[in-house]
Design a protein around this ligand. Structure first.
Ligand SMILES: [Zn+2]
Length: 162
């Protein structure tokens, strides 16, 4: 039987995909720090702090699994990033632009600076406007610093690989 999967092995990345693996990894870490106090994941199903962190070697994506109720979850759950195709690094750049306060022409600026289409940029802004109490937006407002800097000092102190 003829295999038809040869061309499907190298799909073009979806819009807004960060191509640098290092940027992807640090964005996931930043997301966890913003999402949970001191970066300690909390299971959204049962509230347990006993969780496993799993990194997909192929995509660099991070998933968690609860040690108590055994259910999987991600740091995106319960935030504006939930069920979005845009990667975490791009979302954090967009959040910085959104929180900078100048809403004029924001989708066009996001399109230029974050490498997503105007349509995607527009729908990201709509999502952010519709969720003023989003935990990530709230955490970033609280820090008063860009997402890129918000937690790097803590990360270096407390997340040193052992
Ligand atoms: Zn649980």
């Amino acid at each position: 039987m003829q295999s038809a999967t040869a061309t499907a092995l190298t799909p073009s990345p979806p819009p807004g995909t960060a191509t640098d693996a290092g940027e992807r990894a640090s964005a996931e870490t930043r997301l966890e720090w913003l999402r949970w106090p001191r970066g300690v994941p909390v299971c959204p199903h049962c509230g347990s702090r006993h969780t496993y962190r799993m990194v997909c070697p192929r995509s660099g994506g991070v998933r968690f699994k609860c040690a108590r109720c055994r259910k999987p979850f991600s740091a995106r759950r319960g935030t504006v990033l939930e069920r979005s195709n845009v990667d975490t690094a791009t979302w954090l750049r967009v959040l910085d632009l959104f929180l900078a306060g100048n809403e004029r022409g924001l989708p066009a600026r996001i399109e230029r600076q974050c490498g997503v289409s105007y349509k995607t940029a527009w729908s990201m802004v709509q999502r952010l406007r519709a969720a003023p109490d989003d935990p990530l937006v709230t955490a970033l407002r609280h820090h008063h610093t860009p997402a890129a800097l918000a937690t790097s000092a803590h990360s270096l102190q407390q997340r040193t690989p052992s």
